[in-house]
Design a protein around this ligand. Structure first.
Ligand code: CTP
Length: 217
């Protein structure tokens, strides 16, 4: 399969030298890229800045902002069989980033943010574009980070965004080496993977994607 994977937390610029971001390390996305390569898939990795080593064999596209990530995903979406959105895309970006460095005034400041495009939702809407037959379907996998009502909220996200699979976890796993996840596929019960390395979880996610792909044929 040709698998498009996003990773890392986007940077949203306030001025040329300052940005807002999140605590994502990018580890899950990179582990997914490695697992997919090991299973002999073709991998395109769209990555926001991370301190991780680039996986050997992946085509890598480096981006910084949510808007750049959206452009990169749109560009490579048509040619992929599966999109896995593991990136922590900022939901909001500064509405009016300053062109020059903002000077301090000693006063408090208010930052106005505007929503970014929900890339996953866009992908869900365009899921079958460019596909040849109705059985030739593209698989879309999303992630959900939920403090409470994890299963209910994640499943709702999966249906609202027209996904095939959602990987849900809690904010405590951000940046950690090991993780707990719960995975839901359409028409299959929840799967729970506890206290496992991100590379073991990634391998399982790729395995589930392969199973989904063969069930569509
Ligand atoms: N995502 C995306 N584009 C965005 C924001 C998020 O593609 N602008 C993707 C993430 O990569 C992840 C999933 O959507 O796969 C996570 O969704 P999340 O941001 O948690 O959910 P929301 O629908 O934004 O809802 P909420 O923030 O209320 O939980």
């Amino acid at each position: 399969m040709r698998i498009l994977i996003t990773a890392g937390g986007t940077h949203e610029y306030i001025d040329p030298v300052r940005f807002i971001s999140n605590a994502s390390s990018g580890r899950m996305g990179y582990a997914l890229a490695r697992a997919a390569l090991k299973a002999e898939h073709t991998v395109t990795l769209v990555t926001a800045p991370t301190s991780l080593r680039i996986p050997n064999g992946a085509k890598v596209i480096r981006v910084e902002t949510a808007a750049q990530m959206f452009e990169a995903v749109k560009k490579h979406f048509r040619l992929c069989d599966c999109l896995i959105m593991a990136a922590a895309v900022a939901d909001y970006t500064p509405a009016r980033p300053a062109k020059t460095k903002i000077k301090k005034t000693g006063q408090s400041v208010t930052l106005t943010l505007k929503p970014t495009t929900d890339i996953l939702k866009w992908a869900g809407k365009h899921k079958n574009e460019g596909r040849r037959t109705k059985d030739d379907r593209r698989i879309i996998v999303g992630f959900a980070l939920e403090d409470k009502a994890l299963r209910t909220r994640a499943e709702k996200k999966m249906r609202n965004k027209n996904l095939d699979m959602i990987v849900a976890n809690s904010p405590s796993v951000i940046g950690a080496e090991k993780s707990n996840v719960q995975i839901k596929r359409l028409d299959a019960p929840w799967i729970r993977i506890e206290n496992n390395t991100k590379s073991a979880i990634a391998k399982e996610i790729i395995h589930l994607v392969e199973k989904l792909q063969s069930s569509l044929k």
